[in-house]
Design a protein around this ligand. Structure first.
Ligand SMILES: [Zn+2]
Ligand SMILES: [Zn+2]
Length: 392
């Protein structure tokens, strides 16, 4: 009960910090003001910081006074989105076309609160807690930069946990599951090309738009015919660019799509399947083809033992009825997955922000605003988790 009380005492400060961050949103890798603010608030709790050599991002370090023990990393994200805020609140974004529409202002305030709570308990803790505030989650590039800056080294991290505000649960709840939680996200660019020609005389040239059309249809058979039905895959062609006039057969058609999977071996097989389709269709229609396939983030896979620890922490500070277990993973992605590749003892959970009787807020919407009611639950779960790991 004690950590819950400490978190409740921090509520007004966490809300004030969140509003300050919300009002001054910054895009990925440009979070200079937010970085400075985070450092200032960590200093207030006497938390030391490791220089990272990066323009943005913060690693706060708290050493327990009970001697050596495990290293627990807790992670938040700092960046906002390139969109115009439409909320009518006193702390609405001061910056045109930039806003915190994904709740990273809330995640940052929660981790700052957690740092203050754990600092007040350091005489009881062993080992080390690292408070990792990473840049650029939205572009899925920030985690890699932080890993290269050594946030998981010296000594190596033993555990890492993170959270995201979510419409999967109500305010005061957390949602967590073992195994796959979120999908890998890769990018494919497929280009069909030919000589181009007059729209009235298609027989004198080859038509990349026709090839592209067949490809768009054929690619859906990857999911329905080439991957085991019990494995989850999404292949979405989300962009088609081609042509400039009603009577010119263009020289190329460029398709862009996203590929999502929950399973490593399924993920590895997809580029070949795309290649087979592109090559076969290009040959059938006399076009040239090219596939550019870029691996984005891996899937978020929760370690069962760390899930159990987080569940236990959640049950203590939120009550057993407020830890819920969603039956299905999400096909969205998180660059938290990069940390998980390095630190297998890791887990990611969703922090509820749905108000009963009200529609679930939409992330990445111009009216989204992180609910201050989720600050205490978030900080309480992270604090309890870290305290449990470092007092046993
Ligand atoms: Zn987002
Ligand atoms: Zn987000």
């Amino acid at each position: 009960m004690r950590i819950r009380t400490l978190a409740e005492a921090k509520q007004p400060e966490m809300a004030a910090w969140r509003h300050q961050i919300h009002q001054n949103p910054e895009l990925g890798f440009q979070e200079q003001k937010t970085t400075a603010f985070v450092k200032k608030v960590l200093k207030q709790a006497d938390i030391s910081m490791r220089p990272l050599g990066t323009p943005t991002g913060v690693l706060g370090i708290l050493r327990g006074e009970q001697g050596p023990g495990p290293v627990v990393v807790l992670r938040a994200d700092l960046d906002a989105l390139p969109m115009q805020e439409e909320n009518d609140v006193p702390y609405a974004s001061h910056t045109a076309n930039v806003m915190h529409a994904c709740g990273h202002d809330g995640h940052t305030a929660i981790l700052l609160g957690t740092a203050h709570i754990l600092a007040s308990l350091k005489s009881q803790l062993r080992g080390e807690v690292r408070f990792l505030f990473q840049p650029a989650e939205e572009t899925l590039h920030g985690a890699r930069q932080m890993i290269e800056a050594g946030v998981l080294d010296d000594p190596p991290a033993d555990y890492i946990a993170g959270l995201h505000g979510s419409p999967l649960a109500e305010i005061g709840q957390m949602a967590i599951r073992r195994g796959p939680v979120m999908a890998s996200a890769d990018m494919a660019v497929i280009t069909f090309s030919a000589a181009g020609g007059h729209g009235a005389y298609p027989h004198r040239t080859r038509d990349p738009i026709l090839a592209a059309g067949h490809f768009i249809t054929a690619v859906q058979s990857i999911v329905s015919r080439q991957v085991n039905a019990v494995d989850s895959v999404v292949v979405s062609i989300c962009s088609l660019e081609s042509g400039s006039a009603f009577n010119i057969i263009p020289r190329q058609a460029v398709l862009k799509g996203t590929v999502r999977t929950l399973n490593k071996s399924v993920r590895q097989g997809i580029p070949n399947m795309l290649e087979e389709k592109a090559a076969g269709i290009a040959q059938a229609f006399g076009c040239d083809w090219q596939l550019e396939y870029t691996q984005g983030v891996p899937a978020v896979q929760n370690d069962a033992s760390v899930v159990d620890q987080l569940v236990e922490a959640g049950q203590i500070v939120l009550g057993p009825e407020n830890v819920v277990f969603p039956p299905d993973p999400l096909m969205g992605s998180e660059d938290f997955a990069f940390y998980m590749e390095k630190v297998p003892k890791s887990a990611f959970f969703q922090l509820g922000f749905v108000r009963p009787g009200q529609p679930a807020p939409n992330l990445h919407n111009s009216h989204f605003n992180f609910d201050d009611g989720a600050l205490v639950p978030g900080a309480a779960v992270l604090s309890q988790f870290a305290a449990d790991m470092l007092t046993r």
